[in-house]
Design a protein around this ligand. Structure first.
Ligand code: HEC
Length: 128
């Protein structure tokens, strides 16, 4: 019995690490989630559609992409110090209109936390 204990320990560690791997944000899956954004956004610098280009969005102050006309609410949020990072993007994309009242982004939000995490992982790579 004593000999089997380390073995059980090892198996437990293996199971745990595979679970945390499964939970890790997946950029490839995030690319599919991004399909929901493509109607209105591009990842190309300076190319705006209905929404502003998301090129370089991580680390950017809200409402500051050049030559894009934002809602007053979004400009105000940026002036108030809102910068897009993993946390603020997560909050915004969960329910845009609750996070920024008066935003003109007509998108209900991403309900699934895994979709959100994967999307942000994708944006970190693709929106540089
Ligand atoms: C129906 C069109 C539409 C869809 C779909 C949409 N957006 Fe937007 N998005 C906008 C508009 C319009 C704005 C400008 C909002 C404002 O000025 O209030 C915006 C603004 C943003 C901003 C703020 C950018 C900045 O420069 O401050 C981010 C970030 C963003 N969208 C990300 C996303 C992501 C990620 C998705 C997909 C999950 C998405 N949007 C889906 C239209 C859309």
């Amino acid at each position: 019995m004593k000999k089997i204990l380390p073995f059980i320990g090892l198996v437990t560690i293996m199971i745990y690490s595979s679970i945390s791997y499964a939970n890790a944000a997946d950029a490839a899956k995030g690319k599919k989630v991004y399909n929901k954004c493509r109607a209105c956004h591009t990842l190309a610098a300076g190319k705006h559609r209905i929404g502003p280009s998301l090129n370089g969005v991580l680390g950017r102050k809200a409402g500051t992409a050049e030559k894009y006309r934002y809602s007053k609410a979004m400009v105000k949020a940026g002036v108030g110090g809102l910068v897009w990072d993993e946390k603020s993007l997560g909050e915004y994309l969960k329910k845009p209109r609750a996070f920024i009242k008066g935003t003109k982004m007509v998108f209900p939000g991403l309900k699934k936390p895994t979709d959100l995490a994967n999307l942000i992982a994708f944006l970190k790579e693709a929106a540089k």
